[in-house]
Design a protein around this ligand. Structure first.
Ligand code: NDP
Length: 312
């Protein structure tokens, strides 16, 4: 059976940066692209906050460049999805698309996280045209405009506060009659005159000709005093949580209560030597491409050290 020195799961900034470093270190890494080649960034349009691009860069273009850079140093990129992982013995054994089995001495898990969406057809329809799950990525495009943020947790409050610094007005759409966020975050929201909190509200749909122009909402859904109304908005931001793509490793790697892979402090080392977690699958907090890229670099450096120490 094929035994790779370094196998990288995921093709976002973490996966490709790990590949660039592993490739240059002569580890002949193989990247498995996974379900979303290029990762979460391919869901956005332009990236303006990645250092080195004074004019910004198209997200897909940047991911293509990262891939080419990884390939330049001997990375092989394969299109397949990991469906099973056995980390109980060295070398590790991974199954792809339920059929091909590959072993590896070191594994970099860079499978990312997926933002949760409400499941409305309009979220798909307007994706990249007013619907976003990342205020830091896309907020800039809504300067002096009106936006809505959905959610009542810390992320929603943080995103609403961030957007209030740019936008003319921010609606915070909360399904319950209270915020789940910490007191400090709540205070920031309540003390910001640009933010209007719409408690007990759910989104029914979005409308607009060439992009989002508004949202259909319902207050106190299913109650006798249920009330349907519309708000005019230019942007609709989801902040109802993220799901780390770590299910394959449950029961094998230490995960936190949400499912993020636990690492050894700021290093990407997991509880199994030779297995590293990089990017959003291990980062509930920053969730930025530049941070993911940096952790991919660290993972490759750790893998190299491990292989050297084990004479592999
Ligand atoms: P949370 O799970 O804490 O909150 C999710 C929010 O989205 C809740 O208000 C929830 O409503 C709402 N929600 C979920 N599903 C739906 C739905 N279908 N329709 C409408 N609303 C929905 O996620 P966060 O991303 O906010 O936070 C994740 C973790 O990260 C938390 O532990 C948080 O404390 C932490 N964090 C900390 C920050 C900080 O300290 N600065 C910043 C960001 C995150 P409901 O309350 O009704 O369940």
């Amino acid at each position: 059976m094929e035994i790779l020195r370094t196998l990288i799961l995921g093709s976002g900034p973490a996966g490709y940066t790990a590949a660039i470093y592993a490739g240059r270190a002569g580890l002949n890494p193989v990247v498995y692209e996974g379900l979303q080649p290029g990762g979460q960034l391919t869901q956005t349009t332009e990236i303006e906050n990645f250092p080195g691009y004074p004019e910004g860069v198209d997200a897909n273009e940047m991911m293509d460049d990262l891939r080419k850079q990884a390939e330049r140093f001997g990375t092989e990129v394969r299109s397949a999805v990991c469906t099973k992982a056995d980390l109980s013995a060295h070398p590790f054994t991974l199954t792809f698309d339920d059929e091909s089995v590959v072993q590896c001495h070191t594994l970099v898990i860079a499978t990312g996280a997926s933002a949760k969406y409400l499941g409305l057809a309009d979220e798909e329809k307007y994706r990249g045209q007013g619907v976003s799950a990342c205020a830091t990525c896309d907020g800039f495009f809504y300067r002096k405009r009106v936006v809505a943020v959905v959610g009542g947790g810390d992320t929603a409050c943080e995103e609403a506060t961030y957007l209030a610094g740019l936008a003319k007005k921010v609606y915070l759409i909360v399904r319950k009659d209270y915020l789940r966020a910490s007191k400090a975050m709540q205070d920031r929201v309540f003390n910001n005159e640009k933010i209007e909190v719409l408690f007990e509200c759910n989104t029914l749909g979005l409308f607009g000709e060439d992009g989002v122009e508004g949202a259909h909402l319902v207050r106190r859904k299913g109650q006798p005093d249920e009330e349907k109304f519309d708000i005019a908005i230019d942007g609709f931001f989801l902040a109802i949580g993220h799901r780390p793509n770590s299910e394959l490793f449950r029961g094998q790697l230490d995960l936190d209560e949400i499912g993020y892979i636990k690492t050894d402090g700021p290093s990407p080392r997991t509880n199994i030597p030779g297995v590293y977690a990089a990017g959003d699958v291990a980062d509930p907090y920053y969730r930025q491409a530049i941070v993911a890229a940096a952790s991919g670099c660290k993972a490759a450096m750790e893998a190299e050290k491990y292989l050297q120490a084990e004479n592999l």
